[in-house]
Design a protein around this ligand. Structure first.
Ligand SMILES: [Cu+2]
Length: 217
């Protein structure tokens, strides 16, 4: 074995040891684990969602947040190593969120069942250069959930993804690099714009007809 290989292996071992030490450092109080590198909110390691008789599977996901993952689409500044995750219903998902930027980032899921996750949220927050690990259990239904960073403007700047439980319930719009219209009219999905155009054309025609009638009468 060459010296270089031994050197690389040693570095790798040291890194994984320090990562493990960092994970053991977690201490829990209430539903929030906290340390100087950020926190995990509404962690759930054993409470089963309705419709789940047992934990069906376990999965670990590692997500990197970094400017270097910005997609290059005008307006994108921040990015994540992935924007879409497929998971099974009733499964235990452990997410390691590694923030390689200098600013704070979050990995936040919405619309989870509120009887397990206050405000329907599971939330990992990591300070610049830090990582955090948290676990949640997916509900029993097929559904797509929004995952994003809630720091001001970060979602619009590219940190927007989806987690697909089971078969999902249809793609969410504006998932970075996956579904369309990232920077169109901020929060409006495209079909709303379509309806607005349709409604104004309809309104215009109706108006024109009414005016004609008034003239006739
Ligand atoms: Cu962010």
């Amino acid at each position: 074995m060459s010296y270089l290989r031994i050197f690389i292996l040693t570095i790798f071992c040291l890194l994984s040891l320090s990562a493990r030490a960092q994970m053991n450092h977690h201490h829990h109080h209430h539903d929030m684990s906290d340390n100087d590198g950020g926190f995990v909110m509404n962690e759930n390691i054993d409470r089963l969602p309705n419709g789940c008789e047992a934990i069906r599977s376990e999965k670990s996901i590692t997500v990197y947040a970094s400017k270097k993952y910005a997609t290059g689409v005008p307006g994108t500044v921040y990015g994540m190593s992935d924007y879409e995750w497929n998971v099974e219903p009733c499964s235990k998902i452990t997410v390691t969120f590694i923030n390689e930027d200098k600013v704070r980032h979050m990995w936040m899921i919405h619309e989870l069942p509120k009887y397990l996750y206050p405000a329907g949220m599971f939330h990992i927050e990591a300070s610049g250069g830090k990582s955090q690990t948290g676990t949640f259990i997916t509900p029993s239904e097929d559904k797509n959930y929004l995952v994003h960073c809630d720091m001001s403007q970060h979602m619009e700047m590219g940190m927007r993804g989806q987690i697909i439980v089971g078969k999902g319930s249809g793609d969410l719009w504006s998932v970075t690099g996956i579904t369309d219209h990232l920077y169109r009219a901020s929060y409006l999905p495209q079909y709303i714009i379509f309806f607005c155009v349709l409604a104004s054309i309809f309104g215009f025609i109706l108006n024109a007809k009414l005016v004609k009638r008034e003239r006739k009468g």
